[in-house]
Design a protein around this ligand. Structure first.
Ligand SMILES: C[S@@+](CC[C@H](N)C(=O)[O-])C[C@H]1O[C@@H](n2cnc3c(N)ncnc32)[C@H](O)[C@@H]1O
Length: 91
């Protein structure tokens, strides 16, 4: 799993997710040994490897073109049957 916009890791830590976050201070403060990556859409993940993507309350921070790129990348990252969770305000 990857948690995009993980902030302080409320979801990423218990899930053991890859932690994707714009703010490097948040990534540095995370407990746990998960992989830590930066801001989307610049994050690279091997194709077909993820069972789930969580992007909670972050999509509305992306510009339209960034959101289109990120959605395509998420599609590439997911394994067959993978799930996407996107609670969000209006993008
Ligand atoms: C409103 S908080 C949501 C935190 C948590 N996911 C939740 O639902 O409680 C949005 C988070 O997304 C991060 N963020 C904003 N733009 C981002 C981007 N392009 N890539 C990764 N994280 C981003 C912010 O730094 C912030 O930590």
């Amino acid at each position: 799993m990857i948690d995009i916009g993980c902030a302080y890791g409320v979801a990423a830590i218990p899930a053991g997710a890859i932690a994707a976050e714009l703010e490097v201070g948040y990534l540095a403060a995370l407990s746990g040994g998960m992989d830590r990556v930066g801001a989307v859409p610049g994050v690279g993940v091997s194709g077909g490897t993820l069972g789930a993507v969580c992007a909670s309350n972050v999509s509305h921070f992306l510009r339209g073109a960034e959101l289109e790129i990120e959605v395509e990348r998420v599609r590439e990252w997911l394994a067959p049957g993978g799930m996407v969770f996107v609670p969000s305000s209006t993008p």
